[in-house]
Design a protein around this ligand. Structure first.
Ligand code: SF4
Length: 271
């Protein structure tokens, strides 16, 4: 039998390490031939987390691993110049999606917005009424507050990327059901894999739950850096919650300062 390549051996070691930790669930997705062709055309040099289609692992690791959360998924490494095209392929694959019940009340699907090369990415729960009307994430009052938070970090909105766990508005802005999140979140993970921001900020408990793969109280997740598939993940309050309880803005700012430290950012000087 042929010896595994160094990259494959590294990958197998990593997967065994995850299994030793008890992480046996892997998000599975169909391999997109167009995306693979795109990647093959521009081979990535020494990616921090190598991409291999999951089926390449099965002969070495035994039976297929089952779906779900992103924390143990093998990530895609994409050349910066290809990221916009790779995101478009994901958008094309979503199409006029009817994969879950949320499509029934949707006006506009909200894919995501911002720079494909962002070093910082925000992840929220799902579109609200304004987002559903415009097809863009965080454009209502909560979006205005998020814009202010981004500006306070010394960044412009167009320099970051913003997406949600589900891409269609849950009725009455309710929390997405388990099945809805499980159906839609793989698209979010693929967006994250393409953008590969240095820092991810989970806005609220729903985003934190789906990204980290475990439901925990927000208080236990805030105030520190979580390792997330070779990236850094910080959890903070959802802007909509901050609008309801502005006293927590100070805590949210402390979380954002952790993100800024990781990114090497300093707040803009006050004029
Ligand atoms: Fe499809 Fe996601 Fe919309 Fe459900 S929420 S219909 S999975 S795009």
């Amino acid at each position: 039998m042929a010896q595994p390549s160094a990259t494959r051996e590294d990958l197998l070691t990593r997967v065994r390490f995850y299994r030793d930790l008890g992480l046996t669930e892997f998000y599975r997705r169909p391999v997109d031939p167009e995306l693979l062709a795109l990647l093959a055309a521009r081979p990535v040099e020494a990616p921090s987390v190598p991409f291999l289609p999951t089926n390449l692992l099965e002969d070495q690791l035994g039976p297929p691993l089952q779906a779900v959360h992103g924390s143990s998924e093998i990530a895609v490494a994409v050349e910066p110049t290809d990221r916009a095209a790779a995101l478009q392929l994901i958008r094309d694959e979503i199409g006029e999606c009817t994969r879950c019940a949320l499509h029934a009340g949707r006006n506009k699907l909200v894919f995501g917005d911002g720079s494909p090369n962002a070093r910082l990415m925000f992840v929220g729960e799902g579109p609200g009424a304004d987002e559903d009307a415009q097809g863009l994430p965080f454009v209502g009052k909560a979006g205005q507050l998020l814009n202010n938070m981004i500006a306070a970090m010394g960044l412009k909105r167009e320099e970051v990327y913003i997406a949600n766990v589900v891409k269609c508005r849950p009725p009455g802005n309710r929390v997405p059901e388990q099945e809805e999140g499980a159906t839609c979140s793989p698209f979010l993970f693929r967006q994250i894999d393409v953008i590969r921001p240095q820092v991810l900020v989970a806005l609220g408990a729903t985003a934190a739950t789906w990204l980290l793969g475990a439901r925990q109280p927000l208080a236990g997740l805030r105030g520190r850096v979580h390792a997330f598939r070779g990236m850094q993940l910080i959890v903070t309050y959802h802007p909509a919650y901050l609008l309801r309880d502005p006293r927590q803005k100070k805590e949210a700012w402390a979380d954002l300062q952790i993100a800024m430290k990781e990114l090497g950012l300093k707040p803009p000087a006050k004029s």
